[in-house]
Design a protein around this ligand. Structure first.
Ligand SMILES: N[C@@H](CCC(=O)N[C@@H](CS)C(=O)NCC(=O)O)C(=O)O
Length: 203
């Protein structure tokens, strides 16, 4: 049995729900209400001491970290199309997954968490720094997509789901990128039925 602990407005949950739905892996979704502090309950901390979603429980395996969960699901279900086995292509997928976590995510969190969710209690300095960092990151993504259908080739992978989950988040602050490569690519990812099912309004 596969259970995903998630929250609808969590961008990290969104990428995992997208894959589970796209690959039609049977799973039970369990909502962890971050607004009411459910992630700090003793019951949830016993599953993930980091008090974060997403968390996957698959039989004897309990996993946190969204990108690790994506890789695990692909390996477990032989989803080679989502996580190619050819060494060079896999390395490209890993590169964008790591870029998303290490470079892009902190900026997304700084802006969206503080500006949209914490509002007047948000860290105004973090918002400013995030907004200042965003153009460079979007330029990198725009260039990475030049002459590419998807981030690593002619078909979408977990790297696309992961990065696109953060692009959707920018929409909460009316900051959806309008540069042509990103817009065309994001249009394709956001049209995937699995991605659609991961969106807060459709969960
Ligand atoms: N690096 C983690 C980050 C997960 C994360 O930040 N989750 C947020 C929701 S988007 C969360 O659960 N926050 C609650 C907390 O940190 O206490 C991942 O990729 O899964």
């Amino acid at each position: 049995m596969t259970t995903l602990y998630h929250f609808p407005v969590s961008q990290h949950s969104r990428r995992v729900v997208s894959l589970l739905e796209e690959a039609q892996i049977p799973y039970t979704g369990k909502l962890v209400n971050l607004m009411s502090g459910e992630h700090m309950s003793a019951e949830f901390l016993a599953i993930n001491p980091n008090h974060q979603v997403p968390t996957l429980v698959d039989g004897d395996v309990t996993l946190h970290e969204s990108n690790a969960i994506l890789r695990y699901l692909c390996n477990q279900h032989n989803l080679e199309q989502w996580y190619p086995t050819a060494v060079a292509r896999r390395a490209q997928v890993d590169q964008w997954l790591d870029w998303n976590q290490c470079r892009f995510s902190p900026t997304i969190v700084s802006i969206i968490l503080n500006k949209v969710f914490l509002k007047e209690n948000g860290d105004q300095d973090a918002i400013k720094k995030g907004l200042a960092a965003l153009p460079e990151l979007l330029d990198i993504l725009e260039s990475g997509l030049a002459d590419m259908q998807y981030l690593t080739g002619g078909s979408p992978t977990i790297a696309d789901l992961s990065v696109a989950s953060n692009i959707f988040h920018l929409g909460f602050a009316d900051l959806l990128p309008t540069s042509s490569n990103i817009e065309t690519w994001y249009g394709k990812i956001s049209a995937l039925s699995g991605f659609q099912k991961s969106l807060p309004s459709n969960m």
